[in-house]
Design a protein around this ligand. Sequence first.
Ligand code: UT7
Length: 316
Amino acid sequence: MVAGSRIVAMGHYQPSRVVTNEDLTKTLDTNDEWIRSRVGIAERRIADTETVADMAGFAAEKALAASGLTAADIDLVIVATCSSIDRCPNVATRVANKLGIAAPAAYDLNTACSGFSYAVGSADHAIRAGAARNAIVIGAEKLSDVTDWSDRKTAVLFGDGAGAAVMTGVPDGEEPGVGPVLWGSAPDKGDVLRIEGWRPYIEQEGQIVFRWATTELAPFAIEACRRAGVDPSELAAFVPHQANTRIIDGIVKRLGLSENAIVAKDLVESGNTSAASVPLALSKLIERREVPSGAPVLLFGFGGGLTYAGQVVRCP
Ligand code: UT7
């Protein structure tokens, strides 16, 4: 019997091409000052040849190598993405094939920017139920494929990349490392953020999303902590979706974090990578050893749907 699950290792991948705000001014009526002050982004990575499945696979390979497990141990692969162009086969089976994972349960999950926390919650439930022993959970996006590069309102916001976590069961008697997921949506506001088939580019009513994120989401983040039995003041780090530093600061103001808590702001160098943003930021914090192993970290994603999800995880 298992008591729950934990994340044992993370990995991430970003394309090598850096696109700065200055680069964007060559084709768009925009400027570095506007992008930095309104959004917080300085640069982003844009994929040339890599697909969503390629980036997901690279991130997953790194996470698996760091986990001490092998492909033979993995029996569940979940990929959170909203930008995969191919409908079939799904990204998860492509990743499994690339990594030599022979016969896993493998599915994609689309809740846009909250996708990673939804996927971690789903894998946790599968492991608790005995439907899986070890899982790879990935957030991967190639948003450059669904960006209208002539629209300054959206083209300055997004980037490409992937982050992955290897999750495993925690035996009875031990403390689980993944807290209960808090997940939900505001479907009545769904149309304010769209990538529609007939015009497959990201469109959003930015101010409505901004207002929703800054006024309605903090209580859900606090509730995710309560469900894990962790007071927000005890968190070592907060890793929210990386859409806008003003949104992050607005949520942080209401959380009651300690002065020493780290707040991830990876969007400065990565842009908004939707479902990839939380695992990318978390993987980098771990790589830079900024959060001690075992310390509680609140993950919190929000965006298209509109959807949101979060949970407290123990740092691997
Ligand atoms: O990840 C999915 C979830 N999405 C989000 O969380 C996004 C939430 N929303 C936001 O982060 C912000 O609303 C944006 C960053 C998208 C936009 O910032 P804003 O402060 O809401 O700007 P705005 O859309 O109200 O535009 C203000 C002005 C407008 O000019 P006027 O009409 O006041 O003359 C825009 O045309 O800024 C102009 N503008 C720009 N100027 C320079 C819009 N985009 C740009 C740009 N460069 N790239």
